[in-house]
Structures are given as structure tokens and as C-alpha cells.
Design a protein around this ligand. Structure first.
Ligand code: CP
Length: 330
């Protein structure tokens, strides 16, 4: 697949025409709160005829060049709950495999009448590039690009914490433990959690949590105990085996011994009943134990359910922003 434009993180600064959801930098506390109010309406009014036909004249394509369970299925459910037409394109089954360029793929989807393109891609900056490319001809929603950004995941994580703490996030300490280096989720979360602002601590071995992460707005730890100390909430990040260069961790067993989240460690260091989150997919027994992931502190299934609500809110925000006041009044 040929990409004629390469974009780095500075691409987040570009001005876009049209309405897109490509960068976590677009969401401050006010915008997040409005999205959360829309998400609450989607939850409260599930099955209501006003929602089930809300986007009946729209077509949404999910365009995935990387594997996904949660993001793909929750976007699909969000589309279907609004009565929109849904089509899915994955690199494996598409003409990308025959050498078609991304420009031609997007142009084809536009010519077929797609109003929104939900994109997942392994390369940093592709969603922003696509939003520039399509302009106001369609909305682009970033379903995760490389190690760069995953705005809808960051937003659903904030919604999960917002609901758990009844909207009182300012000053709460969250410890995020794991493979920050290869994680797009943490970059989205550092951007969004700092809007409330939460007190964000990131922990892992120096190879996976470089000290330079402090520049993104967090306290960096290479020991678990001070990171977890008095934490109000804890989030595990996946050890991304598919993105690991050899030697970044000694072994998964050694990683678990030093940084794995367990019921005992949370009980020892974090605040009582501090919830535990994981964006998924999880390596059970590596970054988190079964007992903790499935236990009473776990908000992991809540995160998944909130994924549909946040993606419904983003579809409204991108496709029918003029209807937001009316929807909030229902
Ligand atoms: N959290 C997340 O993006 O999961 P998927 O890769 O399953 O979509």
C-alpha cells in the first residue's frame, strides 16, 4: 500500500475542514463532558425509536488495516443502533492486497456514498492524513493509528472513570502500568486524563517507560510500589508482543514478577477499592492476574460497554452536530 503523505505527531496541529474524530487533542473537559452527556442519552434511550432511526440516511464504513475486537465491534454496534448502513473493509479482503493506494481506497469509499470512515491503521498519523484527504466529503474517526492515538479508547476510559467517581476526577491519582512505549492508548489517556486534571503516574521498566514520558504530563516510575501508593485508580497496559523489539523485557515471567498487577499488590499499596482498568486485549498472567481482571475491583467490562456509548456519541458529534441540543433534551 502506498501512502504519499507521511505525518508525525505535529500533524495534530493542522486545521481540518469537515467534522472528524482523529485526535485526542480535540477534546478538552467541556467537549468531553458534552460527549458524556450524549453517551448517557444513548444509554438511557437504548431502543428508543428516535435513536434507532437517527442515522438511517447515513452510511458508515469501518476500514481496518489491523486486527481489532472491541473497537471494530463497538463501532459496528453504534452504527447499527442508529439505523445507519454499515460496510466493513479489512486490508486482507480488499484491493489493497492488489496494490491499490490508500488514496484510491478512500476515494472509492467516498464514491460509494460513505458518510463516515472509521479507520484503524498501523502507521502513525494516517487518520489525520485521511481527514485532510477527504476534507468535508466525509467524517474520519480514528480507530487507532500505530503508536500514536486512539481517541475513542481514551474517551471511553475517561467515561468509565467519570461514571465511577461521579464526575469527580480532578486531583485523583491514576497509576498506569505497562508497555507505554508501544501504546497508542496511553498517549490518548495522557492527553485526556490531564484535562480533568487527574494526577497521572506511569510505571514500567525503563525499556518500556522511558523517562521522556514525563514530557507528556505524568510522573514516571520504574518501581511499582510508589506508582501504586494511594492510587485512586489503576490501569494495566498490554505487553505488546507484536511490537516488541528483542530484549525489551527479560521474560514475561520476570515482567509479571516485577510489574504484574495482582489483588495483593493493589491491597498493599493502592487505596481500598481502587478500581482496575485495562483497555484490552489483556495478557492474563502477565500484566494482570485473572483474579484481579475478573474480580470486584475490575471495570474492564464496563470499559467495553462504554465503548459503544462513546462511539455513538462520536458519530452524533461528527455526522449530525446540529441535532446535539435536541438529543440532549430528550
Ligand atoms: N482496546 C482496543 O483497541 O481493543 P481492540 O484492539 O480489540 O479494538
Amino acid at each position: 500500500m502506498a501512502l504519499t503523505v507521511k505525518l508525525g505527531s505535529q500533524s495534530d496541529e493542522v486545521t481540518l475542514s469537515g467534522r472528524h474524530a482523529v485526535s485526542s487533542k480535540a477534546y478538552d473537559m467541556v467537549r468531553m463532558t458534552e460527549l458524556f452527556r450524549l453517551a448517557e442519552q444513548c444509554d438511557r434511550l437504548v431502543g428508543d425509536a428516535r435513536l434507532t432511526r437517527l442515522l438511517s440516511n447515513k452510511t458508515v464504513a469501518t476500514v481496518f488495516f489491523e486486527n481489532s475486537t472491541r473497537t471494530r465491534v463497538s463501532f459496528e454496534l453504534a452504527v447499527k443502533r442508529f439505523g445507519a448502513t454499515h460496510v466493513h473493509l479489512s486490508a486482507d479482503g480488499s484491493s489493497v492486497k492488489k496494490g491499490e493506494t490508500l488514496e484510491d481506497t478512500l476515494g472509492t469509499l467516498l464514491a460509494l456514498g460513505c458518510d463516515a470512515l472509521v479507520m484503524r491503521h498501523p502507521e502513525n498519523g494516517v487518520a489525520m492524513w485521511a481527514a485532510q484527504y477527504v476534507g468535508d466529503a466525509a467524517s474520519v474517526l480514528n480507530g487507532g493509528d500505530g503508536t500514536h492515538d486512539h481517541p475513542s479508547q481514551g474517551l471511553l476510559d475517561s467515561l468509565t472513570l467519570y461514571r465511577h467517581f461521579n464526575g469527580e476526577l480532578a486531583g485523583k491519582k491514576i497509576a498506569i502500568v505497562g508497555d507505554a512505549l508501544h501504546s497508542r492508548v496511553i498517549r490518548s489517556n495522557l492527553q485526556l486524563l490531564n484535562q480533568w486534571p487527574m494526577d497521572v503516574h506511569v510505571c514500567g521498566p525503563t525499556t518500556l517507560v522511558p523517562d521522556s514520558f514525563a514530557d507528556l504530563g505524568c510522573t514516571v516510575h520504574h518501581d511499582l510500589a510508589p506508582a501504586l501508593k494511594d492510587a485512586d485508580a489503576v490501569m494495566a497496559l498490554r505487553i505488546q508482543h507484536e511490537r516488541q523489539d528483542a530484549g525489551l523485557i527479560e521474560s514475561v515471567e520476570a515482567y509479571h514478577q516485577e510489574f504484574g498487577l495482582t489483588t495483593e499488590r493493589l491491597a498493599q499499596y493502592a487505596k481500598p477499592d481502587a478500581p482496575v482498568l485495562h483497555p484490552g486485549p489483556a495478557n492474563r498472567g502477565v500484566e494482570i492476574t485473572d483474579e484481579l481482571a475478573d474480580g470486584p475491583r475490575s471495570l474492564i467490562r464496563n470499559q467495553v460497554a462504554h465503548g459503544v456509548l462513546i462511539r455513538q456519541a462520536l458519530l452524533i458529534d461528527c455526522l449530525i452536530p446540529e441535532k446535539i441540543p435536541e438529543i440532549l433534551s430528550w
